[in-house]
Design a protein. Structure first.
Length: 179
């Protein structure tokens, strides 16, 4: 009797670009590990340091193509947007996806901490608002309306929260009424 297994169909990895987090930055290694946890991301480009020289050195140490190691994030954004195989996400989105994975695994406390970390590290990005939205709902469902109100109110205060401001303030008001 033979046993046949199915080959698992994998979606291609998401091409990741990183801003900051070069070889001399502790948090860069943490971000790269987080991006690899669920094997959905591949680091392909980066503006890894505040100087082009250090960015190039970091890119070489990480095995990045020198053509995809940039002196600043603007140059990376412009060139990568023109490449057929350009980046599809940056580290903030990868970190957010890790937090969602923790949530989906039922690791609520770890997920909440990870979402809060995303909001603290990337307040000017829309992903910060999405992370705070998740924090608010976790608190609301845990019958902690005060923390939910705080998270949803913060969405309206951060630069990345503009697109979510109306719904966040609505739910902050609802949480206040429950309080």
């Amino acid at each position: 009797m033979t046993i046949e297994g199915k080959a698992e169909q994998r979606a291609p990895r998401i091409r990741l670009g990183m801003v900051g987090g070069g070889i001399d930055a502790f948090i860069g290694g943490v971000h790269r590990i987080a991006a690899r946890l669920d094997d959905r991301f591949e680091l392909v480009a980066g503006a890894l340091s505040s100087t082009p020289e250090r960015s190039a050195k970091s890119g070489a140490a990480l095995g990045l193509d020198p053509e995809r190691t940039y002196g600043d994030f603007k140059a990376m954004a412009i060139r990568e947007s023109r490449l057929k195989s350009g980046i599809e996400a940056v580290a903030s989105e990868a970190t957010y996806q890790r937090a969602r994975l923790l949530r989906d695994m039922g690791r609520t406390a770890d997920a909440s901490a990870a979402f809060k970390s995303v909001a603290a590290r990337y307040p000017s990005r829309e992903v910060a608002a999405e992370a705070l939205w998740e924090v608010g709902w976790a608190a609301y469902l845990a019958r902690n309306p005060q923390d939910a109100e705080h998270a949803w109110t913060r969405i309206s205060e951060i630069p990345g929260g503009r697109a979510h401001r109306v719904r966040a303030l609505y739910w902050a008001g609802r949480a206040r009424k429950v309080n």
